[in-house]
Design a protein around this ligand. Structure first.
Ligand SMILES: [Zn+2]
Ligand SMILES: [Zn+2]
Ligand SMILES: [Zn+2]
Length: 409
């Protein structure tokens, strides 16, 4: 048995070549004596059409449970087996290909339902895009002066999350190989009741109130839409971007431990950097179940930090960097953001290495800064103060505040 297996393996490339030569020149791979099929041009496959209104939404999705549910014949595939095929051998090959793909889709749906719907106690929608697997049960979202129904809203948010992922990669000049996993699970619900049922099993990590996150090889974020904190779509989007940026930043480069405990300033600073860059004044932080978000000296963080530096009342960098993210004061949140803002201005392409040194070997900040940016603590502090004095404005500003890096790149 074993020797014949070896023989087959040894000869198979040769046999394949002979077969390929024999088949070469024929338009389709039908067997000798078989007719050609006009229906499928002897491919065994015919197009399977979908509601054109849905196709626009589905183009960015790998799987969508809504789309699959509406199509029991093919679960969203764009072809089916040629039904009256005159070329049985190609039809048979197409059939096994179809079955394989169909079963894969079916399995994905079943897994999502077992993982989420069973705990939620209701049927929710699911989507898989390149980097996100999202469970969604928010019935409608008002955005861009229109109302998105549940299915459209899920696609809207899936698209926004992919945009966020791309934005973070672009700003650091990194690609897929820089990411530890590149896959993030989001569980987004309308009610606390459902989020808690699902959150209790899916996530044992940090968070409180309306959110929970698990950071690491199986990154996950569970959130319900607490309207008193996040009255509209813009707020919900910004708060979600803050939380999801934690998953993505922790996924850059190596990962043994997340940033939140030993490098609270970098953990929260990066998330606020995303908020200010893409939205405007921050509205959210993690870990604070009691005592909601508050601004130290008002919404304009850039002006607040600048005034403090000009007055010489800024906190000591060496103190702020010793704190875990859950004990940073509202004032320290603003300075943590500013430290990150400085490093991103200096060179955003060095940040991935800094993060890797913090999450992998977990170097002290002084060593990580030295290795990634070539800065001593003293040089960092002097450079940061100079940056704040010259680059920050004391005038109040509105809306997103992207800051191009020093090199202009
Ligand atoms: Zn869909
Ligand atoms: Zn056919
Ligand atoms: Zn946070």
């Amino acid at each position: 048995m074993r020797s014949s297996e070896r023989r087959v393996r040894r000869f198979s490339p040769y046999l394949l070549l002979v077969f390929a030569l024999a088949a070469g020149g024929r338009a389709a791979a039908q067997e000798k004596g078989e007719d050609l099929c006009g229906d499928c041009h002897s491919t065994g496959k015919v197009p399977h059409t979908h509601d054109p209104a849905l196709l626009g939404l589905e183009k960015d999705a790998i799987y969508c449970s809504f789309f699959m549910d509406a199509d029991s014949d093919a679960l969203g595939m764009d072809w089916v087996v040629c039904p009256n095929c005159r070329t049985p051998s190609v039809q048979a090959r197409a059939r096994s290909e179809f079955q394989l793909e169909y079963q894969q889709r079916q399995r994905w749906l079943e897994e999502r339902r077992a993982e989420v719907d069973q705990h939620a106690g209701e049927k929710v929608l699911h989507i898989k895009t390149r980097h996100f697997v999202i469970a969604w049960d928010i019935p409608k979202v008002k955005a861009d002066r229109r109302v998105y129904d549940m299915h459209e809203a899920m696609h809207l948010y899936a698209r926004r999350m992919e945009d966020l992922y791309r934005e973070i990669q672009q700003v650091h000049g990194i690609g897929e190989t820089a990411m530890h996993t590149g896959v993030y699970h989001l569980y987004l619900f309308e009610t606390q009741k459902v989020a808690e049922r699902v959150g209790a099993y899916a996530v044992n990590g940090a968070g409180g109130g309306a959110t929970k996150s698990l950071i690491g090889p199986n990154s996950a974020h569970v959130r319900w839409w607490r309207k008193e904190d996040l009255p509209d779509d813009e707020h919900f989007h910004q708060a979600l971007a803050h939380s999801v940026s934690h998953l993505i930043h922790n996924d850059i480069d190596q990962f043994d431990e997340w940033l939140a405990v030993r490098y609270g300033w970098a953990y929260e600073g990066l998330a606020h950097y995303i908020e200010i860059r893409l939205f405007g004044p921050p509205i959210t932080w993690c870990h604070r179940e009691t005592g909601g978000f508050e601004h130290w000296k008002g919404k304009d963080w850039e002006a607040n930090v600048k005034k403090a530096v000009l007055a010489g009342t800024q906190p000591a960098f060496q103190d702020v960097i010793t704190k875990a993210s859950d004990v940073l004061t509202p004032m320290e949140h603003q300075f943590s953001w500013s430290y990150i803002d400085y490093l991103m201005w200096l060179d955003p392409k060095k940040m991935p290495r800094l993060l890797g040194l913090m999450k992998g070997p977990q170097l002290p900040v002084r060593d990580a800064l030295q290795q990634a940016y070539g800065l001593t603590i003293g040089q960092f502090v002097d450079g940061w103060e100079e940056f704040v004095r010259t680059e920050y404005t004391s005038k109040p500003t509105k809306g997103p505040r992207p800051r191009p890096p020093r090199s202009g790149g």
